[in-house]
Design a protein around this ligand. Structure first.
Ligand code: UT7
Length: 318
């Protein structure tokens, strides 16, 4: 049976790493508040010359190296981002050019923090259908550029970065076993950007009603993970690793508890990366692959929820 399996992972972070204490020098906040409410200790902030596409390209190069593949082996690039270099063309085409690929399918996916789940689902469907063979699936963001640095309720929570996987056709039983996506646009005003090309002609800034998002996140994530596991004929007991969207350590704990999953099976990188939106799942995935936690044959669940609302989960046999 033809499936889409992960052949390699990679990630990239901006050079500048900012601690809570450093933020507290310019924002009315404290290390204590940020750690207690979110679990975040550091975030990376893009500097001059670092953009969504440069971070995405670095992550993609590392994923290709891990897969032992050349850029020219790639026939599809799906890049999840809410912070593209330009409104158009898609940042995926900038990555394509930077990698020296003259012709392939390349497009961006906009589902904010769930973007990587949406991108994986689209790419694996195309691979299973035979319209692609080897895909680069990337989540990359420079959220620091759309934060309101006067709004302490949001600016302390986000960071920049990129993660990538090479997803390729495979017939040995490994690969994406199931993927389930959702969207409910009625919740637009709980997490959104207050501008855009077709409304204000500007980029806008992130606005969030954190407490309400939190409540929806725990319910939706537990439920979609259950759906994705059921689609794969598995239960929580079969799961080796959960690689969640890294928005808040308390959300990760509460969601794992709801599914009866021990905290040791949850990959947590929120302390070091903060919330990097579409980049957070592939960044955490690359961390757990490189430090040897995720091994061949493991059952790995990816999950995320974000603006829209959008949310989703995928189950993979590694
Ligand atoms: O990636 C997409 C998904 N996003 C999420 O999942 C985010 C979900 N939400 C959250 O993670 C949490 O709701 C937050 C971390 C955003 C906030 O935690 P909370 O426990 O829900 O706090 P809160 O927003 O209810 O604020 C509590 C207090 C408020 O003061 P009062 O009204 O109680 O006096 C805020 O003004 O904390 C105050 N506050 C701060 N204080 C110090 C808000 N931001 C800060 C800050 N530093 N940065």
């Amino acid at each position: 049976m033809r499936r889409a399996a992960v052949f390699g992972t990679g990630s990239a972070l901006p050079v500048r790493r900012v601690s809570n204490a450093e933020l507290a020098e310019t924002v009315d906040t404290s290390d204590e508040w940020i750690v207690e409410r979110s679990g975040i200790r550091f975030r990376h902030i893009a500097g001059e010359g670092e953009t969504t596409s440069t971070l995405a390209t670095d992550a993609a190069r590392r994923a290709l190296a891990a897969a032992g593949m050349a850029a020219t082996d790639i026939d599809l690039i799906v890049l999840a981002t809410a912070t593209p270099d330009q409104t158009f063309p898609a940042s995926a085409t900038l990555v394509q050019t930077a990698l020296g690929i003259d012709d392939c399918v390349a497009f961006d996916v906009a589902a904010v923090c769930s973007g990587f789940l949406y991108a994986v689902s689209v790419a694996e469907s195309m691979i299973r259908a035979g319209s692609a063979t080897n895909a680069l699936v990337i989540g990359a963001e420079t959220f620091s550029r759309i934060l309101d640095w006067e709004d302490r309720a949001t600016c302390v929570l986000f960071g920049d970065g990129a993660g990538a996987i090479v997803l390729g056709a495979c017939e040995d039983g490994r690969g994406v076993l199931s993927a389930k996506l959702h969207a409910d646009g009625r919740h637009n005003q709980l997490l959104y950007v207050d501008g855009g090309p077709s409304t204000t002609g500007t980029v806008g800034k992130v606005r969030m009603k954190g407490r309400e998002v939190f409540r929806h996140a725990v319910t939706n994530l537990a439920s979609v993970m259950g759906e994705a596991l059921a689609m794969a004929d598995l239960t929580s007991a079969d799961v080796d690793w959960v690689v969640p969207h890294q928005a808040n350590a308390r959300i990760l704990d509460a969601t794992a508890r709801k599914l009866g999953l021990p905290p040791e099976k949850v990959v947590v990188t929120v302390a070091d990366h903060a919330n990097t939106s579409a980049a957070s799942v592939p960044l955490a995935l690359d961390t757990a692959v490189r430090d040897g936690r995720i091994k061949a044959g493991d059952i790995v669940v990816l999950e995320a929820m974000g603006g829209g609302f959008t949310w989703g989960a995928a189950v993979l046999c590694w």
